[in-house]
Design a protein around this ligand. Structure first.
Ligand SMILES: CSCCC(=O)C(=O)COP(=O)(O)O
Ligand code: MG
Length: 232
């Protein structure tokens, strides 16, 4: 870890703050269950039409050729492939809102996360999130955790509208948005390719080895099993 303390910690969600199984088994299941109904009830909305354009573009067809049923089926296939497509992520956020707000859904956050975030915040460290999930989905997840509302701990939320997580440019833009040099930001993620991109932008990095994440012998990033093992 570098000698000077980091001024900001940027956290990934799936596999870092939150169990991968919660995202795949619970959140993605809700999205699968409700996608077709959402698409037909909100056809014409900016989010549904953006997804229709993305599906049509991929198929080399016009948007008019993609019916609501075909759109929903294509989006379900993207969920199964774990595609981090921005328009799919925006729709998932919309679908999850009602599951959280009227379906009683509560999100998983590892027990070490909230105490560490509070400790770092009290030391003056800026906290931010960078996930493939939309900003709406991120805020919902941290508002409705089993440990209570954690949204107030974070200064900023970033999604793939800032750039793909495996490209250095996204991390440069995030540092700029935080008003910091990349070297003043510590990025925490379970995915080595994301950490490589952050390091290429000049950020400090550490890989979370949560249950189910294997250590990569090729990786040169610092590793930690829990947030308690990290000193920003
Ligand atoms: C923001 S909650 C949903 C997470 C999600 O949809 C996802 O794809 C997880 O991506 P991450 O970048 O957090 O690994
Ligand atoms: Mg992750």
């Amino acid at each position: 870890m570098a000698a000077l303390p980091a001024r900001a910690v940027l956290v990934d969600i799936e596999g870092t703050t939150t169990d991968v199984r919660f995202v795949h088994d619970t959140l993605f299941s809700v999205a699968r269950r409700d996608m077709a109904a959402y698409v037909s009830a909100h056809a014409g909305s900016p989010e549904v039409e953006a997804a229709r354009r993305a599906v049509a573009r991929e198929r080399g067809e016009s948007e008019q050729a993609v019916s609501d049923g075909e759109l929903a089926a294509a989006l379900l296939a993207w969920i199964d492939q774990d595609r981090k497509e921005t328009t799919l992520k925006a729709l998932q956020g919309k679908i999850w809102r009602s599951a959280y707000e009227s379906g009683g859904l509560r999100s998983h956050v590892y027990a070490d996360v909230a105490p560490a975030l509070r400790r770092w915040r009290d030391l003056g460290v800026t906290l931010a999130v960078f996930s493939s999930g939309s900003v709406e989905a991120q805020e919902l997840l941290f508002r409705h955790t089993t440990a209570g509302d954690l949204t107030g701990l974070f200064t900023a939320f970033f999604d793939t509208t800032t750039g793909p997580k495996r490209e250095a440019g996204a991390y440069q833009r995030i540092a700029e948005a935080l008003g910091l040099q990349p070297g003043e930001v510590l990025f925490l993620s379970d995915i080595v390719a994301e950490l490589d991109a952050a390091a290429a932008a000049g950020m400090r990095t550490a890989q979370l080895l949560r249950p189910g994440t294997a250590r990569d012998a090729e990786s040169r990033h610092a590793v930690a099993e829990r947030f308690d093992d990290i000193a920003p």
